[in-house]
Write a protein that binds this ligand. Sequence first.
Ligand code: F6P
Length: 360
Amino acid sequence: MKKRIGILTSGGDCPGLNATIRGVVKACYEMLGEDNVQIVGISNGYYGLIHNMAKDMQPSDFSGILTLGGTILGTKRQPYKMMTVIGEDNIDKVKSMKETYKKQKLDVLLTLGGNGTHKTSKLLADNGLNVIGLPKTIDNDIYGTDVTFGFHSAVDIATDTLDRLHTTATSHSRIMVCEIMGNKAGWLTLYSGVAGGADVILIPEIPYDINKVCDALIKRSEKGKNFSIVAVAEGVFDVNEAQMKKKERAKKREKEGITTATNRIASQIQQITGIETRTCVPGHMLRGGSPSAYDRVLATKFGVHAAQLIRDEKYGRTVAMVNSKITSNKLEDIAGLTKFVQQDSQLVITAKDLGIKFGD
Ligand code: F6P
């Protein structure tokens, strides 16, 4: 009997999803024999699993996708907190997902996703399904893995953006404030900020004081630097907002008519320093396009490891890189946890010792 392997991609997309799918599928064909494997593609993440949007796929479907951005399966956000809640559509989502798994006669379900995806993967594993997760996100905030696929491609794109901002900032003698994705964790801003030579890096893990940010920018200008680059993670808040609860902060932002702090930071900088300041928000550009060479290799390693877990029938786990080695973690050990930048981490210290300011 053929092993029926379901695959879905869930949450925000990123470069490397297709490379990972290809890695798993090719390794399954290679190790188990093409005739012994049937890949079942589930469209649009858990939404597709709930609504039985599944189809048997052919080996040719996985050709030529190593370099392709996005996901050939489609994706959708399906918040974990609503998974066990029956909404207006009156659908018992967990029951429906179990039914699809049964209807499609799956032996295992692969879930490629971030933190929310992994929480639902654990929920499904707790409900008796054979699940294997794969860690995807440009945010790099999945607990228990050194790195996620998609992260380094996004670092490259954000770094290129900062490089380009350098030239225009120099021409115009301006401060450029660049908002980089990362709502809870500042990994992408930290890495691209260092790689792109930012003068100030603001991340959610280190609440900033706008006066300290401006002091640093004024000092740079007094030293004769006619421009500055400020890399801001979209989820940053200042030292006052850091005292507030999440809801209180959201209310304050609503009153101010802002969602992220970036524009407020730019206008405060212009007002306090007197230096002309502009903002740039690359947004979803950071998630688009072809995966970097690093991510192609990582995605392939992760994908092949998932295939090895299938071969060995080791379920309820998610693939990870720990101390540079590819391995896997139990879903129960990582689901619901977030990997944050530690204030005393080596890269933060490196950046600080180089003179990059964090506004603290
Ligand atoms: O997938 C991670 C992420 O890109 C975050 O960095 C960002 O906050 C969020 O997704 C944006 O989500 P959406 O694509 O749903 O707007």
